[in-house]
Design a protein around this ligand. Sequence first.
Ligand SMILES: [Cu+2]
Length: 119
Amino acid sequence: MARTRHVAIASVAALAATAVLGGCGGKTDHLTADDGPVASGNGITPVKLVAHKGHKVEIKVTNTAKDKPHGFSIDEYGIKDTIDQGKTTTVKFKADKAGTFKVYCQLHPAHQPAQLTVS
Ligand SMILES: [Cu+2]
């Protein structure tokens, strides 16, 4: 009986350890961006996005244009998405590289890009 109780306590301790490890480094930066018309044409706003190195990043991107799809790319993180007009998508990646990266519409290179800073 005593041995059974000991085993039960050990497995509870193991579960608790797993939960703590899961929380460590598992922080997520939630960002929001619009991809579509801006004052001077089309582009991505806000023009400055900031994330913390080591965090997961989720960028909720809405294509606010009414007439055409727009793209959302960050080359250094291997992101190349296309969002249909009026739709929202969530771009997810791990911010494992520090630096300032160009965020742009790969469908329309002339559109105003944004910058993602990871530090
Ligand atoms: Cu575009």
